[in-house]
Design a protein around this ligand. Structure first.
Ligand code: GTP
Ligand code: SPV
Ligand code: MN
Length: 662
């Protein structure tokens, strides 16, 4: 019998009720709405769950109370503590096949296809929030009358309401999986540990590829704190409505919330990508950037690659391009120039910090690639094609009748003759030709283990990280922005990052192909005020004991008057990296222009490329730059307003002056 109820103040207006029996043993601890305070009848709703894998007693007290607390709230039938073993994965995949969430792809080894509900295909930026007491910690105060686009703030009370109308009972009839995961090699001082609770076995199978999960993570965690992740597809059983495509999700109620104060992420309603694999964007970037600001390091949307030139010298480069702008491709590039070798450290996220000698070092916190499928081919990215032949989960690609995969841009000779294609929308005998009816969704992806990539860098799991010599920003700019330029100084480089713009992509819910602002390729991923983020970057450059890497900007996507790409891209991008490496060595191969330092005539090796107009590719006009300055000024004023550091206003006026002097 319940004899005592203690109501404590917990996170953001939710009250914690701890109930005790006459023997004074805590039998339940759950978050209750303020209106339920003092009521004992809420206990009639108490449900019991069975632990079907592992045992609660193997968990540290902190982890255990997190799991129990959330299980009590979400009311799953079963709790499964993931051990990360092969056998466990096999059982999960069997379950997923039975529920038709996965289909086998017998053409390859241990590869699977998932097709989502067509309403759940991308990150949902408009429903992604950061919850803090003070709005200004999270996002700059925009100009009056302007809708702020940099990190969506949610007030704690509003969050508590949204939380309460979603999570209680949301896992009824389902299994709650407990995933202990490490971002970065298990045990590395640069790594961080999270516990994701999810009711999606697809998420478990994907997290197993994207991060390091299981028993040794729990051991490494010991009694320490961790990042908490709660994820639900939001479709308790029995279903009130039939699933579309056997894919549980609740599109109308999507919420991806980050609560920095509690080191917590709560995601509801979507089962796909960055909405549900909480280690990736939510933890490694949004909460990561906040930790980075607090602790003096950087969490960035960057690939990391090692490049060795004909002289045998190896250097590492980090590069930030917006979603679907070429990070995976560059990270796995097969250089077209003889004597060059590229090795991959990471394709999406870099955690970077300066070591005691002042050298910037980077680790890839992930263990897999969640890569864009369309456009991937033996021509463009043979390394990715080799990586995905086994142990890969494909989502929203098309399949062939002989159990293979298909997407726009895949090599036609990879597809056996006489097969038929079933599109991602399950249309059998799909035929090419209609641009509105693609075989694969534009944001369809492969989820594949990094260790299978044939060119992983020998140091990719080195806990000290790799030394970074250059940082490259870039985006899809059909017009005006040179193929490559170098920033004059660190401060100018920070301005280059802050000024980034790019054509919209399919990775988010935006529809049109407009050029959007995407500073540092982080617009969807900032965890705190963008003005403070710039200040953090600037502050590093003023510390004389640090060696600052040079900063560059690339644009592989410039188009000519016929709308064709002017630069062949992919493996040919090594020609640009060669120039970058020469500049890192301070070689005299650059000339000053208004926008930055560009290659001197003939400084980029274009041998064998045929008709390439390098002059045009690195040219910009006074008119274009002045217009760009106008756009930036408007953006900074409207969006960042008084939070923009003065250094950025100065860089903007310097650029404007240089443009008018051209
Ligand atoms: P996210 O995973 O969303 O962060 O994307 P990403 O930055 O890793 O982009 P990815 O490498 O997957 O490339 C996205 C698209 O751009 C693919 O369709 C590629 O084929 C295309 N792409 C990549 N590099 C180049 C290039 O150098 N030139 C051209 N023209 N297209 C490229
Ligand atoms: C991106 O959109 O930048 C991605 C894919 O890497 S997702 O993890 O879905 O955000
Ligand atoms: Mn990305």
């Amino acid at each position: 019998m319940v004899t005592k109820i203690i109501v404590q103040n917990s996170a953001y207006g939710l009250l914690r009720c701890i109930c005790k029996t006459s023997t004074n043993r805590c039998i339940t601890s759950r978050k209750i709405a303020p209106s339920l305070q003092g009521r004992t009848d809420i206990h009639s709703q108490k449900r019991y769950y069975t632990v079907v894998n592992g045992s609660l007693s193997e968990l540290s007290p902190l982890v255990r109370s997190y799991v129990e607390d959330k299980a009590q709230l979400c009311e799953p039938d079963k709790v499964h503590i993931c051990d990360g073993s092969e056998a466990e994965n096999k059982r999960l995949v069997d379950t997923l096949v039975k529920s038709k969430m996965l289909q086998p792809l017998p053409k390859y080894e241990n590869c699977w296809l998932a097709l989502t509900d067509p309403r759940d295909v991308a990150r949902m930026e408009s429903k992604t929030y950061i919850v803090t007491d003070d709005k200004r910690t999270t996002t700059p105060t925009p100009m009056e009358g302007v809708d702020g686009k940099l990190a969506k703030w949610l007030a704690p009370e509003e969050y508590a309401e949204k939380f309460q109308s979603r999570f209680p009972g949301c896992m009824k009839g389902r299994t709650m999986y407990v995933i202990p995961f490490s971002m970065g090699p298990v045990g590395s001082p640069l790594s961080k540990i999270g516990i994701e609770l999810t009711d999606s076995a697809y998420v478990v199978a994907s997290m197993r590829i994207m991060t390091r999960i299981g028993k040794d993570v729990l051991e490494s965690l010991g009694e320490q704190t961790f990042i908490k992740g709660l994820h639900s597809v939001g479709r308790p059983l029995p279903l009130s409505e039939e699933l579309v495509n056997h894919w549980p999700c609740n599109p109308d109620k999507v919420m991806v919330a980050h609560i920095p104060r509690d080191n917590e992420i709560c995601s509801f309603g979507s089962g796909y990508g960055g909405n549900s694999l909480l280690g990736k964007k939510c933890f490694a970037l949004r909460l990561g950037s906040i930790l980075g600001q607090r602790e003096g390091w950087l969490a960035e949307h960057m690939l990391i690659l090692g490049i060795t030139g004909p002289d045998g010298v190896k250097k590492y480069i980090a590069a930030a391009f917006p979603s679907a702008c070429g990070k995976t491709n560059l990270a796995m590039m097969t250089p077209s120039l003889p004597g060059f070798k590229v090795e991959c450290v990471g394709d999406d996220i870099a955690w970077m910090r300066f070591d005691s000698k002042g050298q910037l070092r980077a680790i890839n916190p992930e263990a897999g690639f969640f890569g864009v499928a369309p456009g991937t081919s033996m021509q463009t990215n043979p390394i990715a094609m080799k990586t995905i032949q086994s142990n890969t989960i494909f989502t929203n690609v098309a399949k062939t009748s002989d159990g293979g995969v298909y997407w726009e841009g895949i090599d036609e000779d990879q597809v056996s003759p006489n097969v038929t294609i079933t599109s991602w929308k399950n249309e059998e005998n799909w035929q090419p030709g209609d641009p509105k009816n693609l075989a694969a969704h534009a944001n369809s992806r492969f989820c594949t283990p990094a260790k299978q990539c044939p060119i992983m860098d020998p140091a990719w799991e080195d806990s000290a990280g790799v030394p970074i010599s250059a940082i490259i920003f870039g985006g899809r700019r059909p017009e005006g922005i040179p193929l490559i330029y170098e920033a004059f100084t660190w401060q100018h480089g920070v301005f280059v990052g802050a000024s980034m713009r790019s054509e919209a992509t399919a990775a988010a819910e935006h529809k049109k192909k407009v050029v959007m602002h995407d500073p540092f390729a982080m617009r969807p991923f900032f965890g705190y005020n963008f003005g403070d983020y710039i200040k953090h970057w600037l502050s590093l450059g003023t510390n004389p004991s640090l060696t600052m890497p040079k900063i560059f900007h690339v644009n592989w996507f410039r188009k000519n008057s016929e709308g064709k790409f002017m630069w062949p891209g992919f493996g040919e991008n090594v020609r640009i990296l060669q120039w970058v490496l020469e500049r890192v060595d301070n070689k005299d191969v650059a000339r000053e222009t208004a926008i930055g330092l560009v290659p001197k005539d003939d400084a980029v090796n274009t041998e064998g490329l045929g008709d390439i107009d390098m002059k045009e590719l690195v040219t910009t006009t006074s008119e274009f730059l002045t217009k760009e300055c106008d756009t930036l000024e408007k953006y900074f004023k409207e969006q960042v307003n008084t939070d923009l550091p003065d250094e950025m206003w100065k860089e903007l006026s310097d650029l404007r002056r240089r443009a008018s002097d051209m």
